[in-house]
Design a protein around this ligand. Sequence first.
Ligand code: SF4
Ligand code: SF4
Length: 215
Amino acid sequence: MYYILNERYALRGWQKLPFALVDRSRGRATFLRKPDMELFQVYLDYIPQYYEDGMPLSLQLGGFFSASPSRPKAWNIPLKKSWCQDPSRECVCGHARMVMYISAEGRALPCMSLSGMPIQENYPLITELGLKQCITDSSYMRLIETRGSEVLAHNPECRDCEHARYCLGGCRASALETTPDDIMGRDMAACAILKGGWSEKISKVMETITLPEEK
Ligand code: SF4
Ligand code: SF4
């Protein structure tokens, strides 16, 4: 299944896998994490089309929008988390508290997104350090233990931001797109979505859509 979004991008899906963003000039899936207003608008315009087509597959438009036909009412904006009561208790890579990602070369990382980035070399090879030390005392564990409050304190723009409790400075992999040497940097894609009013625009579009019943 293939949807052309604009001259550069398309969405491609395979059976139960979510649609992935494809860079048509390179012909392969891509992960776009930098803020791109043109693409955000293309994403926004595509959302009603997805429902008109009957939600043929799960949809994940980066951190912009996500929905699944198995739970139509549970659509969300991945980069807008639920309100965080206490950022000092919330881990920034919460998903990695449950699942460790091991790269093809055996490196312990919070998720696949970091595996193509130079900064991955700061994280241990399990084959060298051993799994036990890796999950008790390592740079990997320090990252996994990092709380939202540390990221917010690290970024002056985040400290008093009205969106901070929904954002916690955003995704670490996404932040590395604009601050490649600083894994504690601010996620500019999250910033653009939350501060640029895209979250409200998505909610408005969703108000116009009649969601199907859960299957
Ligand atoms: S880098 Fe981003 S996607 Fe990966 S585990 Fe951390 S927050 Fe999640
Ligand atoms: S919206 Fe931007 S400034 Fe506000 S907390 Fe998120 S990353 Fe920081």
